[in-house]
Write a protein that binds this ligand. Structure first.
Ligand code: NAP
Ligand code: GDD
Length: 373
């Protein structure tokens, strides 16, 4: 996959995206290809050679993939030296907060030192004045929040191994900007979701479960803290902002959020409403239940298994600066539209999986009976 070509010989803009196989990486790739960029992405070797979020882009003329890993500085140096990008979007991370409690050291290596590896590679390769860098910072930095809503001046109080690692990433970007005059920026993005969101993040877990319950494939959904509040936006809108940050006149840091906040409970209520099930909530804390008003069946229960050792419960972003300085519209897709997009997609996915399973069963039966050979 990696061959010795000097990719940056043309006047085209050349983007290198780490985390290209993830939710944001896939949308950003589509966005940049549309803008005429050469898009290069970092992938990791996996035993399954299929990358569902970018499969539709593989093979396109201006789309290239390279093996590297943020925990391996030589590979980072190698891919940046090979591609000589004009823009780097560092989206790669162990991005699951709960998992960061289970794998704190790995999370620190990738989410903290990984950022340093990229900055240092750019510096050592002499690309400081030709390459702009976007770092995927996060609202998790506000953690145990010290004010609401949160803006660029709100103090940080990281509250998980993930957030502590990301805080290092945030500060090392600012440090390289000041020390070496690099165009390096932090996008402090609040939660953004989509039909491509990983299935263990709470929104996707809910929309998939609502679709499965509606189609008789699942009895119940178990969740953790229902009262946790998030500022949820649509990932497709947020990748535009990553690009805008790097097109700005000067390097700077921006909060990207919708400015609206909802609880996990509200997200679940709306997701079930979108499949035609009205939930009524009864009880409190670990005894709270979401009951189907029409049948009286309990469809949602709380399981303390999904409680976190420390949980961030009150994220609410103030996108005033991004709106004023970048001209970004934080409410292109409303909360209601986002939930509907995700539910509609999961309703189709569950039905399609079911149809595929039926074909498999039929095929197995036909093979058994010797109807097809
Ligand atoms: P995601 O879907 O979990 O994608 C993470 C990406 O990072 C995947 O492509 C993954 O590759 C890659 N990756 C993980 N470890 C790596 C390593 N050691 N070396 C190279 N690549 C590695 O995350 P996302 O939602 O798109 O988020 C993108 C970035 O924004 C992350 O840095 C996340 O922390 C940050 N962020 C996200 C949100 C949000 O709400 N989505 C908000 C604020 C900040 P594999 O496919 O091989 O695992
Ligand atoms: N995952 C999950 N699963 N979360 C649950 C559940 C559950 O069953 N039940 C309640 N929650 C609560 C969590 O405790 C948390 O307070 C909230 O729902 C959101 O959890 P996640 O969807 O896992 O996202 P996150 O906010 O922890 O992290 C995401 O957003 C960050 C930006 O604020 C990730 O995308 C991070 O990478 C990102 O930085």
């Amino acid at each position: 996959m990696q061959k010795q070509t000097n990719y940056n010989m043309t006047t085209r803009k050349v983007a290198l995206i780490t985390g290209i196989t993830g939710q944001d990486g896939s949308y950003l790739s589509e966005f940049l290809l549309e803008k005429g960029y050469d898009v290069h992405g970092v992938i990791r070797r996996s035993s399954v050679d299929f990358r569902p979020r970018i499969a539709h882009l593989e093979g396109k003329p201006h789309f290239h993939l390279h093996y590297a890993d943020l925990s391996d500085s030589m590979s980072v140096l190698g891919v940046i030296g090979l591609v000589r990008p004009t823009e780097i979007y560092n989206l790669a991370a162990q991005s699951h907060v709960q998992v960061s409690f289970d794998s704190p050291e790995y999370t620190a290596d990738v989410d903290a030192v990984g950022v340093l590896r990229i900055l240092e590679a750019v510096r050592q390769l002499g690309l400081t004045s030709s390459c702009r860098i976007y770092q995927a910072s996060t609202s998790e930095l506000y953690g145990k929040v010290e004010e609401v809503p949160q803006n660029e001046n709100t103090p940080f109080h990281p509250y998980s191994p993930y957030a502590v690692a990301k805080q290092y990433g945030y500060w090392i970007v600012k440090e390289y900007r000041d020390a070496y005059n690099m165009f390096a920026c932090n996008g402090i993005l609040f939660n953004h979701e989509s039909e491509r969101r990983g299935e263990t993040f709470v929104t996707r877990k809910i929309t998939l479960a609502a679709a499965r319950i509606k189609q008789g494939k699942q009895d119940k959904l178990y969740l953790g803290n229902l009262s946790s509040r998030r500022d949820w936006g649509y990932a497709k809108d947020y990748v535009q902002c990553m690009w805008l940050i790097l097109q700005n006149e000067k390097p700077d840091d921006f909060v990207i959020a919708t400015g609206k906040q909802h609880t996990v409970r509200e997200f679940a209520t709306l997701a079930f409403h979108n499949v035609g099930i009205e939930l009524e909530w009864q009880g409190e804390g670990a005894d709270e239940k979401g009951i189907d008003k029409a049948t009286g069946k309990t469809l949602v229960e709380v399981s303390p298994d999904f409680y976190r050792p420390t949980d961030v419960v009150n994220l609410w972003g103030d996108p005033t600066k991004a709106r004023a300085e970048l001209g970004w519209n934080p409410t292109q897709t409303t909360f209601e539209e986002l939930v509907k997009i995700m539910v509609d997609s999961d309703m189709k996915k569950v039905a399609a999986d079911d149809a595929a399973a039926r074909v498999r069963v039929n095929l197995e039966e036909y093979l058994e009976k010797g109807i097809v050979k």
